[in-house]
Ligand binder design. Sequence first.
Ligand code: UDP
Length: 243
Amino acid sequence: MRFSHIDIMDIPVYNKSAEEAFKVFIRFSKENRVRTLYTPNTEMVMMAQRDPEFKEILKSSDLNLPDGIGLKLYARIHGLSLKEKIAGVEFMERILSYCEKTELKIYILGGAEGVPETAGRLIQKKYPHIKVVGTHHGYFSKEEEPYVTDAINEASPNIIFVGLGAPRQEKWIHHHKRLLDAEVVMGVGGSIDIFAQKARRAPRIFITLGLEWLYRLVKQPTRIRRMLLLPRFVIIALYQRFF
Ligand code: UDP
């Protein structure tokens, strides 16, 4: 990543405000090449410690937005300052609003069958002039991958939102970016479910207190295995700092 960043367990994350990050996005959207945008959180940084391919993919990204209070905590423990936590879902919202004004076309890939279509419909309702040029669910097989990339290119989007869960979405983006005819491909995790109103974001008070992870755990207890990475993240952060 070429931009001002700090390394969190070897993963570079952008270290300026969301405002500045958005200017970078705008620049990307005007260039004639494919740019990747990921939103690593604590779980993803931990996954990357055990998955060298995933780590390399995150390291090779054009822009990584720090999406999680844990990353801020890591920075603090290490005496660094992480300017701002930038939530992927909020950044996607900004992009949608910008696309409506600029006529950039969007494609939504990911979520269960029917979900990206619902997300597209609701986005269209909220941003009447936006161009949602295509959607596809995220449960396709390896054999179907060429069909998916062809369908995307035929729709000719500028921005592609990919929500296949981490690390699948980043790996998919990395391995297909050269085949995609678009300007920005962004990994958005569960945000498509949120735009489709199949999932809700935590109430503002949880977000403010840095407890969004707790809300998600209570709503979806099957996340417990992934969440167990969080205390380990803090222990490793402290260990690295003091030993
Ligand atoms: N998903 C998908 N294909 C898959 C696995 C997951 O489309 O093979 C979708 C899933 O339906 C959900 C999103 O990916 O919409 C991932 O959600 P999760 O909450 O795991 O993502 P996070 O935001 O935590 O990265």
